[in-house]
Design a protein around this ligand. Structure first.
Ligand code: NAD
Length: 505
C-alpha cells in the first residue's frame, strides 16, 4: 500500500494536483491492483454542486463571446500539458482503474488526439447557406454555443471520456461540469489540475468556472442532471444509469448524449485470415480485463473454421500473462472490484445452466496483490445464443456460437438489446459489404478485419438501441454541443411571404 501511495503522491505532485484541496471522508479511491485504499476524498454537498454549476453558467456567458479559434488555443495548450504529463497521467490511470500501462498511456494519447481534432475544428464550425424561395432573400444556418455541458463518466475510461466531450464543448463555446465515477476520482483531480495549468497559460479571457469538477456519487450526478442550467448532459456508463438520466432530462426537455452498455460481437467467416482473427479476438475480448464498452463478448464462428479457431484460441488464452498492470509483461490486469468478480461468476454459472462449456474464468492469485481481483479470462462455448448472452457482464467472458449461414450470423449479431460495436473477419468482399449494408449489423460501429474495440477519435463514436444513440468524438459529433439557428434575411424592398401566402393589410 505504501508503495502505491508514494507513487500516487509523486504523480499528483508532478501534475500539480493538490489532494489536500479534496481531503474528506466520503469517497474512497481504491486501487484495483491490490484492493488497498489510495485516498479518501470529500463529496460535494448539494450547495457546493449548485455553486459549481452557478460558476460554470457564469463562465459560459463570457466564453461564448470568445472567438472559436481563440477557444481552440486553450484546447491546444491543454493538449500540450497532456503531452508533457502523458506518463504520469497514464500511470495514474493504471493505479486507480487497473488498466495495464500501455492502455493507460493509450487513454491519455486519445485525449491528446481529441485536443488536436478540436483545435482544427475550432476553425471549422461550418454552417450552411440555403436557397430561399423568395426573391431578395437569403437563408443561412449557423451554430451557436449551447451552455453548460454536464459530463458523467464511468470508471473504465476515467479520463478519455471527459476529454472527448470537453475538448469539443470548449471549442464550441460551452463550459463543462464533470461528475466522474466515484471509483476513479483521483484521475479526475489530476486532469482538472492539468486543465488549470493550460488556463493559467492561456490568459484572462478563460473565465473562472469554465471547467468544474464535481466529486460525488450518483446523487451529485443526479443533481447536475436535474439542473435546468445544464442544457446538455453527456452520460457514459451502464444502461441502468442512462435510462434514469434520459428520464430526468426528458422531464425538463434537455438534450442528452448517452453512451451506455455494449454487447459486441464478431463474425468469423470461412475465408477469414485466422491468424489475424485470433489476435484481434484476444485483444478485443481480454484487453482492459474485458471492461471496455466495446469489449468483444460474443463470437460467431463459421462451422468450417470452428474446430481450427477455437482450440487455437484456448491455447492463446492459456498462456495470457495475468498480473499487476504496473508490470511491463502483463497483458491482463485486475477487475475493478469484488462486485465485478461476483458478476462474472454469476454470469458463468448462468452460462453453465444454459449448457455452456466454460474454459477459464477462475480467480488468479497474484503475489503481492492479494486484495486484487485477477481472473483467467473465460471462453464459453454455447450451443445457441441464450439468455445470458443478452446481457453485458463487465468482465472477460467470451461466448462462442457456431453458425452456418451469414444471414443467420448477422441476425444473431443484431438480436440483443445493445447496439454499440461489431465486426466481421472475412476476405470475401460480398460478405464484408453485406455486413456493413442497410440490412447488415445494426450497431453504431461495424468493422471489417479488425476487432470491435479500440476506436479512433476521428470517427463518431456511439451505438444504437440500449447503448443510447449518442455520438461523441469525431466526424460531426460537435453539432450536439451547439444550438442551430436558421436565419432568413430579406434584402429586398418588399415582404413576400413563404408558400406564396397573400396577407394584404
Ligand atoms: P455506472 O452506470 O455504474 O456509473 C457511471 C456514472 O454514472 C458514475 O459516474 C455514476 O456516479 C453515475 N450515475 C449513476 N447513476 C446515476 C444517476 N441516476 N444520475 C446521474 N449519475 C448517475 O457505470 P460504470 O460501472 O462506472 O461503468 C461501466 C458501464 O459503462 C458499462 O456498462 C460500460 O459498457 C459503460 N460504458 C459505456 C461507454 C460508451 O461509450 N458506450 C464507455 C465506457 C463505459
Amino acid at each position: 500500500m505504501e508503495t502505491n501511495q508514494a507513487t500516487l503522491a509523486a504523480l499528483l505532485s508532478e501534475m500539480g494536483a493538490n489532494l489536500a484541496d479534496y481531503a474528506g471522508k466520503d469517497i474512497t479511491s481504491t486501487s484495483p491492483i491490490d484492493g488497498q485504499v489510495l485516498a479518501v476524498l470529500r463529496a460535494d454537498n448539494a450547495d457546493q454542486v449548485k455553486a459549481k454549476i452557478d460558476r460554470a453558467h457564469a463562465a459560459f456567458l463570457q466564453w461564448r463571446n470568445v472567438p472559436a479559434p481563440r477557444r481552440g488555443e486553450l484546447v491546444r495548450l491543454f493538449g500540450e500539458e497532456l503531452r508533457l504529463h502523458k506518463e504520469a497521467l497514464g500511470k495514474l490511470v493504471t493505479l486507480e482503474a487497473g488498466k495495464i500501462l500501455q492502455e493507460g498511456l493509450g487513454e491519455v494519447q486519445e485525449m491528446i488526439d481529441i485536443c488536436d481534432f478540436a483545435v482544427g475544428l475550432s476553425r471549422q464550425l461550418y454552417g450552411l447557406t440555403i436557397a430561399s424561395e423568395r426573391p431578395g432573400h437569403r437563408m443561412m444556418e449557423v451554430w451557436h454555443p449551447l451552455g453548460v455541458v454536464g459530463v458523467i463518466s464511468a470508471f473504465n475510461f476515467p479520463v478519455a471520456v471527459w476529454a472527448w466531450n470537453a475538448a469539443l464543448a470548449f471549442v464550441c463555446g460551452n463550459s463543462v461540469t464533470w461528475k466522474p465515477s466515484e471509483k476513479t476520482p483521483l484521475t479526475a483531480v489530476a486532469v482538472h489540475a492539468l486543465f488549470q495549468k493550460a488556463v493559467a497559460r492561456f490568459g484572462s479571457d478563460a473565465p473562472v468556472g469554465l471547467a468544474e469538477l464535481i466529486i460525488g456519487d450518483r446523487e451529485a450526478g443526479s443533481q447536475m442532471v436535474n439542473d435546468k442550467r445544464v442544457p446538455l448532459v453527456s452520460a457514459t456508463g451502464s444502461t441502468r444509469m442512462g435510462r434514469q438520466v434520459a428520464q430526468d432530462c426528458a422531464t425538463r426537455l434537455a438534450k442528452t448524449i448517452l453512451e451506455l452498455g455494449g454487447n459486441n460481437a464478431m463474425i468469423v467467416a470461412p475465408s477469414a485470415d485466422l491468424e489475424m482473427a485470433v489476435r484481434a479476438i484476444t485483444f478485443s475480448a481480454v484487453g482492459t480485463a474485458g471492461q471496455r464498452c466495446t469489449t468483444l463478448r460474443r463470437l460467431f464462428v463459421h462451422d468450417s473454421v470452428y474446430d481450427t479457431l477455437v482450440p487455437r484460441l484456448k491455447k492463446v488464452y492459456a498462456g495470457l500473462p495475468i498480473g499487476s498492470p504496473l508490470q511491463k509483461s502483463t497483458l491482463i490486469g485486475p477487475l475493478i472490484d469484488h462486485a465485478a468478480f461476483d458478476c462474472m461468476q454469476t454470469a458463468l454459472a448462468a452460462a453453465r445452466a444454459e449448457q455452456g462449456q466454460v474454459f477459464g474464468g477462475e480467480r488468479v492469485a497474484v503475489a503481492g496483490s492479494e486484495g486484487g481481483y485477477y481472473v483467467q479470462p473465460a471462453l464459453v462455448e454455447m450451443p445457441a445464443q441464450s439468455n445470458v448472452m443478452q446481457h453485458e457482464t463487465f468482465a472477460p467472458i467470451l461466448y462462442i456460437v457456431r453458425y452456418t449461414d451469414l444471414q443467420q450470423a448477422i441476425a444473431l449479431n443484431n438480436d440483443v438489446p445493445q447496439g454499440l460495436s461489431s465486426s466481421i473477419f472475412t476476405t470475401d468482399v460480398r460478405e464484408a459489404e453485406r455486413f456493413m449494408s442497410d440490412s447488415g449489423s445494426d450497431c453504431g460501429i461495424a468493422n471489417v478485419n479488425i476487432g470491435p474495440s479500440g476506436a479512433e477519435i476521428g470517427g463518431a463514436f456511439g451505438g444504437e438501441k440500449e447503448t443510447g444513440g449518442g455520438r461523441e468524438s469525431g466526424s460531426d459529433a460537435w453539432k450536439a454541443y451547439m444550438r442551430r439557428s436558421t436565419n432568413t434575411i430579406n434584402y429586398s424592398d418588399s415582404l413576400p411571404l413563404a408558400q406564396g401566402i397573400s396577407f394584404d393589410i
